[in-house]
Design a protein around this ligand. Structure first.
Ligand code: BDR
Ligand code: CA
Length: 307
């Protein structure tokens, strides 16, 4: 089983990613860290702990950064609700809170796994950037980072930038330039990884605590998608999870990816060199561009129904 670390800003699709990852027999979650992003850190940390309780898991959850390296925090309560879980109040976790900071816990886990740890990063990349600068040898201990973030084309936070990268472009640039093999699941693929309103409703009808949570927590996000004329609820953060276990569902290309940190209207853009003659910078990421949506939906559905 692949040892994985999940770094998240626990909003509603992060919660779905945790629910899916926990039930994939190919993965062994060794730790979870929370970062500020969709909502403030106290919520993202608490939400990760509560989702673990919901799925009957006792993974250690660590607190990370309260905000980006250099910029003020941008949040997205209009998608994830003020508490990050669409207003759903899950019961608290009975577990003692971990006190080690995310970056030190991640480093310890990477050492313990002897270079085989893979990181699933589904929030702003602040925790990872701090870990890499505090523990420079971490780059040789992490086998791969599967990121939900960026876009070869377009953006959702701005016309140029995807939310996770926009929130902390400086951290993102450090991670993309770290030399660790990177899989970038950006909007190019995640906008196609959606559940239609009908598919979400059907899941809700199963009536189990997990399916009810899924439907209720994503109501606001679904309403938001409908307002912006999207075909359904994008499960952005589930993509890097399933990429690790089901790479055959996805297509993509090796490319150079460089994060714009100084633009006036392009800050946070993941400048992705798929076509230019320049081929700059050198290929540093596998950029995922497509997904077999029916298969994706079927796997997510069967996992959520398995609880
Ligand atoms: C990303 O931003 C967040 O709102 C989601 O949780 C996802 O990680 C999508 O742009
Ligand atoms: Ca997220």
């Amino acid at each position: 089983r692949i040892p994985v670390w999940i770094d998240c800003d626990t909003g509603v699709d992060d919660a779905a990613a945790l629910l899916v990852a926990h039930r994939l027999p190919q993965l062994r979650i060794v730790g979870i860290s929370a970062v500020a992003g969709n909502v403030e850190l106290h919520h993202t940390f608490e939400n990760a702990r509560r989702v673990c309780r919901l799925m009957g898991a006792d993974y250690p959850v660590y607190r990370g950064a309260e905000g980006p390296l250099l910029r003020p925090l941008t949040t997205a309560p209009y998608v994830h609700g003020e508490n990050g879980l669409g207003g759903v109040e899950l019961p608290p976790s009975p577990l003692m809170e971990e006190t080690l900071p995310a970056w030190d816990a991640l480093y310890a886990a990477a050492r313990a796994e002897g270079g085989h740890l893979q990181v699933i990063a589904i929030g702003p990349l602040t925790n990872l950037a701090i870990a890499l600068s505090k523990h420079p040898d971490l780059k040789d201990l992490v086998e791969r980072i599967a990121i939900m973030g960026g876009a070869a084309q377009g953006g959702n936070a701005t016309p140029c930038a995807e939310f996770n990268i926009f929130v902390d472009p400086h951290a993102a640039q450090m991670v993309f330039q770290s030399g660790i093999p990177i899989v970038m699941c950006g909007l190019d693929v995640t906008m196609d990884a959606y559940l239609s309103p009908k598919e979400v409703e059907e899941l809700g009808r199963a009536g189990t605590p997990v399916c009810r949570f899924f439907q209720q927590s994503t109501r606001l996000a679904m309403a938001f998608s409908e307002r912006v004329s999207k075909p359904g609820l994008c499960l952005h953060d589930v993509c890097p999870v399933l990429y690790l276990t089901h790479p055959q569902l996805f297509s993509g290309e090796e490319a150079g990816v460089y994060v714009e940190t100084r633009g006036s209207i392009t800050t946070g853009k993941t400048v992705t060199d798929l076509w230019s003659d320049k081929q700059f910078p050198q290929h540093n990421a596998f950029v995922v561009l497509g997904v077999d949506r029916p298969r994706f939906v079927e796997i997510v559905r069967s996992i959520l129904l398995s609880y």
